[in-house]
Ligand binder design. Structure first.
Ligand code: CTP
Length: 402
Protein backbone atom coordinates (compact mmCIF):
# COMPACT_ATOMS: atom_id res chain seq x y z
CA UNK A 1 0.00 0.00 0.00
CA UNK A 2 3.06 2.23 0.19
CA UNK A 3 3.33 5.30 -2.03
CA UNK A 4 -0.32 6.23 -1.68
CA UNK A 5 -1.56 9.55 -0.39
CA UNK A 6 -4.18 10.14 2.29
CA UNK A 7 -5.78 13.50 2.89
CA UNK A 8 -6.73 13.58 6.58
CA UNK A 9 -9.29 16.14 7.76
CA UNK A 10 -9.07 16.61 11.51
CA UNK A 11 -12.31 17.91 13.02
CA UNK A 12 -12.82 19.48 16.42
CA UNK A 13 -13.15 16.78 19.04
CA UNK A 14 -11.15 15.43 21.95
CA UNK A 15 -10.42 12.34 19.82
CA UNK A 16 -8.24 14.53 17.58
CA UNK A 17 -5.23 13.35 19.60
CA UNK A 18 -5.81 9.84 18.22
CA UNK A 19 -5.53 11.24 14.70
CA UNK A 20 -1.89 12.07 15.41
CA UNK A 21 -1.33 8.37 16.02
CA UNK A 22 -3.19 7.58 12.78
CA UNK A 23 -0.74 9.83 10.91
CA UNK A 24 2.24 8.13 12.59
CA UNK A 25 1.00 4.65 11.68
CA UNK A 26 0.20 5.64 8.12
CA UNK A 27 3.67 7.10 7.62
CA UNK A 28 5.19 3.90 9.07
CA UNK A 29 3.29 1.94 6.42
CA UNK A 30 4.66 4.10 3.63
CA UNK A 31 1.67 6.39 3.04
CA UNK A 32 2.15 10.09 2.57
CA UNK A 33 -0.31 12.18 4.56
CA UNK A 34 -1.66 15.63 3.79
CA UNK A 35 -3.71 17.22 6.55
CA UNK A 36 -6.51 19.75 6.84
CA UNK A 37 -7.05 21.02 10.37
CA UNK A 38 -10.41 22.70 11.04
CA UNK A 39 -10.64 25.75 13.27
CA UNK A 40 -12.23 23.61 16.00
CA UNK A 41 -9.67 20.83 15.41
CA UNK A 42 -6.89 23.34 16.13
CA UNK A 43 -8.37 23.80 19.61
CA UNK A 44 -7.41 20.18 20.36
CA UNK A 45 -4.16 19.57 18.46
CA UNK A 46 -1.68 22.11 17.17
CA UNK A 47 -0.80 22.60 13.50
CA UNK A 48 2.81 22.08 14.51
CA UNK A 49 2.25 18.55 15.90
CA UNK A 50 0.24 17.60 12.82
CA UNK A 51 2.81 18.91 10.34
CA UNK A 52 5.72 17.44 12.31
CA UNK A 53 4.17 13.96 12.13
CA UNK A 54 2.87 14.31 8.57
CA UNK A 55 6.12 15.83 7.36
CA UNK A 56 4.06 18.26 5.30
CA UNK A 57 2.47 21.68 5.66
CA UNK A 58 -0.99 21.65 7.27
CA UNK A 59 -3.87 23.34 5.43
CA UNK A 60 -6.20 25.39 7.59
CA UNK A 61 -7.70 28.28 5.71
CA UNK A 62 -9.97 28.34 2.67
CA UNK A 63 -8.91 31.86 1.76
CA UNK A 64 -5.20 31.68 2.50
CA UNK A 65 -3.50 33.40 -0.43
CA UNK A 66 -0.37 31.30 -0.12
CA UNK A 67 -2.34 28.04 0.08
CA UNK A 68 -4.47 29.05 -2.88
CA UNK A 69 -1.46 29.95 -4.99
CA UNK A 70 0.40 26.77 -4.00
CA UNK A 71 -2.60 24.43 -4.19
CA UNK A 72 -6.27 25.34 -4.49
CA UNK A 73 -8.85 23.46 -2.46
CA UNK A 74 -10.09 21.67 -5.57
CA UNK A 75 -6.63 20.35 -6.32
CA UNK A 76 -6.06 19.54 -2.65
CA UNK A 77 -9.23 17.44 -2.60
CA UNK A 78 -8.15 15.43 -5.63
CA UNK A 79 -4.43 15.02 -5.05
CA UNK A 80 -5.01 12.18 -2.53
CA UNK A 81 -6.08 8.58 -3.15
CA UNK A 82 -8.51 8.70 -0.23
CA UNK A 83 -10.00 11.43 1.96
CA UNK A 84 -10.29 10.51 5.65
CA UNK A 85 -12.21 12.54 8.24
CA UNK A 86 -11.09 11.75 11.80
CA UNK A 87 -12.58 12.81 14.08
CA UNK A 88 -15.73 13.28 12.03
CA UNK A 89 -17.83 15.55 14.24
CA UNK A 90 -21.63 15.81 14.13
CA UNK A 91 -21.09 19.18 12.46
CA UNK A 92 -18.85 17.85 9.69
CA UNK A 93 -21.28 15.00 9.01
CA UNK A 94 -24.20 17.44 8.91
CA UNK A 95 -22.35 19.79 6.58
CA UNK A 96 -21.53 17.08 4.06
CA UNK A 97 -25.00 15.49 4.31
CA UNK A 98 -26.50 18.92 3.60
CA UNK A 99 -23.97 19.90 0.94
CA UNK A 100 -22.60 22.92 2.83
CA UNK A 101 -19.25 24.41 1.91
CA UNK A 102 -18.18 27.31 4.08
CA UNK A 103 -14.67 26.38 5.17
CA UNK A 104 -11.71 24.44 3.83
CA UNK A 105 -12.81 21.04 5.25
CA UNK A 106 -16.39 21.17 3.97
CA UNK A 107 -15.33 22.62 0.61
CA UNK A 108 -12.74 19.90 0.17
CA UNK A 109 -15.28 17.19 1.00
CA UNK A 110 -17.72 18.55 -1.56
CA UNK A 111 -15.08 19.02 -4.25
CA UNK A 112 -13.36 15.66 -4.01
CA UNK A 113 -13.71 12.92 -6.62
CA UNK A 114 -12.21 10.35 -4.23
CA UNK A 115 -13.81 8.00 -1.70
CA UNK A 116 -14.40 9.59 1.72
CA UNK A 117 -13.93 7.55 4.91
CA UNK A 118 -15.33 9.01 8.13
CA UNK A 119 -14.43 8.05 11.71
CA UNK A 120 -17.21 9.67 13.75
CA UNK A 121 -16.55 10.87 17.29
CA UNK A 122 -19.07 12.63 19.47
CA UNK A 123 -21.11 12.47 22.66
CA UNK A 124 -23.45 9.47 22.77
CA UNK A 125 -26.60 11.63 22.76
CA UNK A 126 -25.32 13.60 19.80
CA UNK A 127 -24.63 10.33 17.96
CA UNK A 128 -28.06 8.90 18.80
CA UNK A 129 -29.88 12.13 17.90
CA UNK A 130 -32.28 11.58 15.00
CA UNK A 131 -30.58 14.39 13.07
CA UNK A 132 -27.18 12.69 13.23
CA UNK A 133 -28.68 9.30 12.39
CA UNK A 134 -30.50 10.90 9.45
CA UNK A 135 -27.24 12.43 8.23
CA UNK A 136 -25.47 9.09 8.68
CA UNK A 137 -28.08 7.33 6.54
CA UNK A 138 -27.81 10.05 3.87
CA UNK A 139 -24.01 9.91 3.83
CA UNK A 140 -24.05 6.11 3.54
CA UNK A 141 -26.43 6.46 0.61
CA UNK A 142 -24.02 8.94 -0.96
CA UNK A 143 -21.23 6.33 -0.75
CA UNK A 144 -19.36 7.65 2.29
CA UNK A 145 -17.61 4.81 4.14
CA UNK A 146 -17.61 4.68 7.97
CA UNK A 147 -15.35 3.15 10.58
CA UNK A 148 -16.75 3.11 14.14
CA UNK A 149 -17.79 4.71 16.34
CA UNK A 150 -17.16 2.23 19.14
CA UNK A 151 -18.90 1.78 22.46
CA UNK A 152 -17.33 2.68 25.76
CA UNK A 153 -16.59 5.37 28.29
CA UNK A 154 -16.36 8.80 26.72
CA UNK A 155 -14.30 11.84 27.63
CA UNK A 156 -17.51 13.51 28.85
CA UNK A 157 -18.05 10.65 31.35
CA UNK A 158 -21.02 9.08 29.55
CA UNK A 159 -21.13 5.55 28.13
CA UNK A 160 -22.33 4.34 24.75
CA UNK A 161 -21.59 4.65 21.06
CA UNK A 162 -19.65 7.74 20.00
CA UNK A 163 -16.00 6.90 20.77
CA UNK A 164 -13.82 7.30 17.71
CA UNK A 165 -12.44 4.02 16.34
CA UNK A 166 -8.93 3.18 17.55
CA UNK A 167 -6.03 4.32 15.32
CA UNK A 168 -5.20 0.77 14.23
CA UNK A 169 -8.80 0.12 13.18
CA UNK A 170 -8.82 3.37 11.22
CA UNK A 171 -5.62 2.37 9.41
CA UNK A 172 -7.08 -1.08 8.60
CA UNK A 173 -10.26 0.62 7.32
CA UNK A 174 -8.13 2.93 5.17
CA UNK A 175 -6.32 -0.06 3.64
CA UNK A 176 -9.58 -1.93 3.07
CA UNK A 177 -11.27 1.09 1.51
CA UNK A 178 -8.31 1.70 -0.79
CA UNK A 179 -8.29 -1.96 -1.80
CA UNK A 180 -12.03 -1.72 -2.50
CA UNK A 181 -11.79 1.44 -4.58
CA UNK A 182 -8.87 0.03 -6.56
CA UNK A 183 -10.87 -3.08 -7.50
CA UNK A 184 -8.16 -5.39 -6.14
CA UNK A 185 -10.18 -8.48 -7.18
CA UNK A 186 -11.34 -7.21 -10.57
CA UNK A 187 -11.36 -10.11 -13.04
CA UNK A 188 -11.43 -12.71 -10.24
CA UNK A 189 -14.27 -15.26 -10.02
CA UNK A 190 -15.35 -16.06 -6.48
CA UNK A 191 -17.70 -18.71 -5.13
CA UNK A 192 -19.01 -18.53 -1.54
CA UNK A 193 -21.29 -20.96 0.30
CA UNK A 194 -23.29 -19.74 3.29
CA UNK A 195 -26.03 -20.61 5.77
CA UNK A 196 -27.33 -23.96 6.95
CA UNK A 197 -28.92 -26.63 4.81
CA UNK A 198 -32.35 -28.12 5.41
CA UNK A 199 -32.54 -31.89 5.06
CA UNK A 200 -36.17 -32.93 4.78
CA UNK A 201 -37.75 -35.74 6.78
CA UNK A 202 -41.15 -35.08 5.26
CA UNK A 203 -42.84 -32.08 3.61
CA UNK A 204 -42.93 -30.12 6.89
CA UNK A 205 -39.98 -31.33 8.98
CA UNK A 206 -36.23 -31.06 8.44
CA UNK A 207 -32.83 -31.50 10.10
CA UNK A 208 -30.75 -28.32 10.25
CA UNK A 209 -28.47 -26.22 12.49
CA UNK A 210 -28.24 -22.74 13.99
CA UNK A 211 -26.12 -21.09 11.28
CA UNK A 212 -27.37 -17.56 10.47
CA UNK A 213 -25.36 -17.19 7.24
CA UNK A 214 -24.09 -13.76 8.40
CA UNK A 215 -20.39 -14.53 8.03
CA UNK A 216 -20.73 -16.06 4.55
CA UNK A 217 -22.93 -13.17 3.35
CA UNK A 218 -20.40 -10.66 4.69
CA UNK A 219 -17.60 -12.48 2.84
CA UNK A 220 -19.52 -12.49 -0.45
CA UNK A 221 -20.21 -8.77 0.03
CA UNK A 222 -16.56 -7.98 0.78
CA UNK A 223 -15.31 -9.96 -2.25
CA UNK A 224 -17.81 -8.22 -4.53
CA UNK A 225 -16.79 -4.83 -3.13
CA UNK A 226 -13.24 -5.58 -4.23
CA UNK A 227 -14.55 -6.19 -7.72
CA UNK A 228 -14.75 -10.01 -7.74
CA UNK A 229 -17.45 -11.61 -9.89
CA UNK A 230 -19.10 -13.33 -6.92
CA UNK A 231 -21.62 -16.18 -6.74
CA UNK A 232 -23.16 -16.88 -3.34
CA UNK A 233 -24.77 -20.30 -2.94
CA UNK A 234 -26.91 -20.00 0.16
CA UNK A 235 -28.99 -22.31 2.28
CA UNK A 236 -32.22 -20.96 3.85
CA UNK A 237 -31.45 -17.77 5.86
CA UNK A 238 -33.28 -14.62 6.90
CA UNK A 239 -30.85 -12.23 5.20
CA UNK A 240 -31.23 -9.88 2.28
CA UNK A 241 -29.40 -10.65 -0.96
CA UNK A 242 -26.13 -8.69 -0.93
CA UNK A 243 -25.64 -6.04 -3.62
CA UNK A 244 -23.51 -6.96 -6.66
CA UNK A 245 -23.59 -10.68 -5.79
CA UNK A 246 -25.25 -13.49 -7.79
CA UNK A 247 -27.37 -15.29 -5.21
CA UNK A 248 -28.33 -18.92 -5.78
CA UNK A 249 -30.73 -20.14 -3.08
CA UNK A 250 -30.78 -23.84 -2.23
CA UNK A 251 -32.21 -26.02 0.54
CA UNK A 252 -30.21 -29.20 0.79
CA UNK A 253 -26.53 -30.16 0.74
CA UNK A 254 -27.05 -32.06 -2.50
CA UNK A 255 -28.60 -28.97 -4.13
CA UNK A 256 -25.74 -26.85 -2.78
CA UNK A 257 -23.19 -29.14 -4.42
CA UNK A 258 -24.99 -28.99 -7.78
CA UNK A 259 -25.19 -25.18 -7.60
CA UNK A 260 -21.48 -24.91 -6.71
CA UNK A 261 -20.55 -27.23 -9.56
CA UNK A 262 -22.46 -24.99 -11.96
CA UNK A 263 -20.60 -21.91 -10.68
CA UNK A 264 -17.18 -23.45 -11.49
CA UNK A 265 -14.55 -22.69 -12.63
CA UNK A 266 -13.66 -20.18 -9.90
CA UNK A 267 -10.40 -18.58 -8.77
CA UNK A 268 -11.33 -18.54 -5.11
CA UNK A 269 -13.85 -20.62 -3.16
CA UNK A 270 -14.93 -19.85 0.39
CA UNK A 271 -17.06 -22.55 2.04
CA UNK A 272 -18.70 -20.80 4.96
CA UNK A 273 -21.89 -22.86 4.89
CA UNK A 274 -22.76 -25.05 7.84
CA UNK A 275 -23.72 -27.97 5.64
CA UNK A 276 -25.67 -30.68 7.45
CA UNK A 277 -23.35 -33.68 7.61
CA UNK A 278 -26.27 -36.09 7.28
CA UNK A 279 -29.69 -36.22 5.68
CA UNK A 280 -32.56 -38.63 6.31
CA UNK A 281 -31.99 -41.61 4.05
CA UNK A 282 -35.55 -41.29 2.81
CA UNK A 283 -37.86 -38.31 2.67
CA UNK A 284 -41.51 -39.17 3.23
CA UNK A 285 -43.82 -37.89 0.49
CA UNK A 286 -46.53 -37.08 3.05
CA UNK A 287 -46.35 -35.76 6.60
CA UNK A 288 -45.35 -38.52 9.01
CA UNK A 289 -48.20 -39.29 11.41
CA UNK A 290 -48.01 -40.44 15.02
CA UNK A 291 -48.69 -44.11 15.41
CA UNK A 292 -51.64 -45.43 17.47
CA UNK A 293 -49.41 -47.75 19.50
CA UNK A 294 -47.08 -44.88 20.51
CA UNK A 295 -44.06 -46.33 18.65
CA UNK A 296 -41.58 -43.59 17.67
CA UNK A 297 -40.15 -43.52 14.15
CA UNK A 298 -36.53 -44.51 13.59
CA UNK A 299 -34.68 -42.12 11.29
CA UNK A 300 -31.83 -43.63 9.30
CA UNK A 301 -29.28 -41.06 8.16
CA UNK A 302 -27.16 -40.98 5.01
CA UNK A 303 -23.94 -38.95 4.76
CA UNK A 304 -24.09 -35.77 2.68
CA UNK A 305 -21.47 -34.97 0.04
CA UNK A 306 -18.58 -32.88 1.41
CA UNK A 307 -18.74 -29.76 -0.72
CA UNK A 308 -15.47 -28.25 0.54
CA UNK A 309 -13.53 -31.47 -0.10
CA UNK A 310 -15.14 -31.85 -3.53
CA UNK A 311 -14.27 -28.28 -4.55
CA UNK A 312 -10.73 -28.69 -3.18
CA UNK A 313 -10.22 -31.44 -5.74
CA UNK A 314 -12.09 -29.83 -8.65
CA UNK A 315 -10.38 -29.80 -12.04
CA UNK A 316 -9.24 -27.18 -12.81
CA UNK A 317 -8.63 -26.52 -9.13
CA UNK A 318 -9.48 -23.03 -7.85
CA UNK A 319 -6.25 -21.16 -6.95
CA UNK A 320 -7.44 -20.72 -3.39
CA UNK A 321 -9.93 -22.89 -1.48
CA UNK A 322 -10.92 -21.75 2.00
CA UNK A 323 -13.00 -23.66 4.50
CA UNK A 324 -14.43 -22.87 7.90
CA UNK A 325 -14.19 -24.95 11.02
CA UNK A 326 -16.83 -24.42 13.64
CA UNK A 327 -15.56 -26.17 16.75
CA UNK A 328 -16.43 -26.27 20.42
CA UNK A 329 -13.04 -27.55 21.68
CA UNK A 330 -9.41 -27.94 20.47
CA UNK A 331 -10.27 -25.29 17.88
CA UNK A 332 -6.88 -24.88 16.17
CA UNK A 333 -5.78 -28.53 16.34
CA UNK A 334 -9.06 -29.74 14.82
CA UNK A 335 -8.84 -27.02 12.16
CA UNK A 336 -5.32 -28.07 11.18
CA UNK A 337 -6.44 -31.67 10.83
CA UNK A 338 -9.52 -30.56 8.85
CA UNK A 339 -7.34 -28.56 6.44
CA UNK A 340 -5.27 -31.61 5.60
CA UNK A 341 -8.21 -33.99 5.48
CA UNK A 342 -10.28 -31.82 3.13
CA UNK A 343 -7.38 -30.65 0.95
CA UNK A 344 -8.16 -26.93 1.19
CA UNK A 345 -5.59 -24.12 1.46
CA UNK A 346 -6.84 -22.17 4.46
CA UNK A 347 -9.22 -22.88 7.30
CA UNK A 348 -10.92 -20.06 9.15
CA UNK A 349 -11.49 -21.63 12.56
CA UNK A 350 -13.83 -20.33 15.20
CA UNK A 351 -15.12 -21.39 18.58
CA UNK A 352 -18.89 -21.77 18.44
CA UNK A 353 -19.44 -22.96 22.02
CA UNK A 354 -22.83 -21.68 23.26
CA UNK A 355 -21.18 -19.15 25.61
CA UNK A 356 -19.40 -17.33 22.77
CA UNK A 357 -22.61 -16.11 21.07
CA UNK A 358 -20.82 -16.44 17.73
CA UNK A 359 -23.19 -18.80 15.95
CA UNK A 360 -25.96 -16.21 15.42
CA UNK A 361 -24.20 -13.06 16.67
CA UNK A 362 -22.59 -10.19 14.77
CA UNK A 363 -19.02 -10.77 15.91
CA UNK A 364 -16.45 -13.47 15.42
CA UNK A 365 -13.04 -14.39 16.83
CA UNK A 366 -11.20 -16.47 14.26
CA UNK A 367 -7.88 -18.19 13.70
CA UNK A 368 -6.58 -18.28 10.14
CA UNK A 369 -4.91 -21.66 9.65
CA UNK A 370 -2.76 -22.00 6.53
CA UNK A 371 0.29 -23.94 5.42
CA UNK A 372 2.39 -21.10 6.88
CA UNK A 373 0.99 -21.41 10.41
CA UNK A 374 -1.78 -19.96 12.52
CA UNK A 375 -2.83 -16.33 12.86
CA UNK A 376 -5.07 -15.38 15.79
CA UNK A 377 -7.36 -12.48 14.88
CA UNK A 378 -8.99 -10.35 17.61
CA UNK A 379 -12.75 -10.28 18.25
CA UNK A 380 -14.13 -8.42 15.23
CA UNK A 381 -17.46 -7.66 13.60
CA UNK A 382 -18.27 -10.35 11.04
CA UNK A 383 -18.11 -7.62 8.36
CA UNK A 384 -14.58 -6.77 9.47
CA UNK A 385 -13.51 -10.43 9.44
CA UNK A 386 -14.86 -10.54 5.89
CA UNK A 387 -12.97 -7.41 4.82
CA UNK A 388 -9.70 -8.69 6.25
CA UNK A 389 -10.17 -12.07 4.63
CA UNK A 390 -11.02 -10.46 1.28
CA UNK A 391 -7.93 -8.25 1.50
CA UNK A 392 -5.80 -11.36 2.23
CA UNK A 393 -7.35 -13.20 -0.70
CA UNK A 394 -6.57 -10.22 -2.95
CA UNK A 395 -2.95 -10.27 -1.75
CA UNK A 396 -2.50 -13.96 -2.55
CA UNK A 397 -4.31 -13.99 -5.89
CA UNK A 398 -2.43 -10.91 -7.06
CA UNK A 399 0.84 -12.59 -6.06
CA UNK A 400 0.00 -15.72 -8.08
CA UNK A 401 -1.18 -13.92 -11.19
CA UNK A 402 1.56 -11.27 -11.19
N1 CTP B 1 -18.45 -28.59 4.59
C1 CTP B 1 -18.94 -28.83 3.31
N2 CTP B 1 -19.75 -29.89 3.08
C2 CTP B 1 -20.11 -30.71 4.09
C3 CTP B 1 -19.63 -30.48 5.40
C4 CTP B 1 -18.80 -29.41 5.61
O1 CTP B 1 -18.60 -28.05 2.40
N3 CTP B 1 -20.91 -31.71 3.85
C5 CTP B 1 -17.52 -27.48 4.80
C6 CTP B 1 -18.04 -26.34 5.58
O2 CTP B 1 -18.62 -25.35 4.75
C7 CTP B 1 -16.78 -25.81 6.26
C8 CTP B 1 -15.96 -27.05 6.48
O3 CTP B 1 -16.44 -27.99 5.54
O4 CTP B 1 -16.06 -24.97 5.40
C9 CTP B 1 -15.97 -27.62 7.87
O5 CTP B 1 -17.14 -28.28 8.12
P1 CTP B 1 -17.39 -29.21 9.42
O6 CTP B 1 -18.77 -29.69 9.35
O7 CTP B 1 -17.01 -28.41 10.61
O8 CTP B 1 -16.33 -30.37 9.19
P2 CTP B 1 -16.51 -31.90 9.27
O9 CTP B 1 -15.65 -32.49 8.23
O10 CTP B 1 -17.95 -32.25 9.18
O11 CTP B 1 -15.93 -32.31 10.64
P3 CTP B 1 -16.61 -32.46 12.07
O12 CTP B 1 -18.11 -32.28 11.89
O13 CTP B 1 -16.22 -33.80 12.51
O14 CTP B 1 -16.02 -31.37 12.88
Amino acid sequence: MGGRKILLIIGGGIAAYKSLEVIRRLRQRGFSVGAVLTKAGAEFVTPLSVSALAGEKVFQDLFSLTDESEMGHIELSRSADLVVVAPATADLMAKLAGGHANDLASTTLLATDKTVLMAPAMNVRMWNHPATQRNLAQLRKDGIVFVGPGDGEMACGEFGPGRMAEPNDIVVAIENTLAASSGALAGVKALVTAGPTHESLDPVRFISNRSSGKQGYAIATALAELGADTTLVSGPVALEAPARVKLVSVETAQEMLVACDRALPADVVVCAAAVADWRPETTAGQKLKKRQNGATPVITLAENPDILATLSHAVPRPALVIGFAAETENVVAYAQAKRTRKGCDWIVANDVSPGTGIMSGDQNRVHLVSGDGVEDWPLLDKAEVAHRLAARIAGVLKGRTA
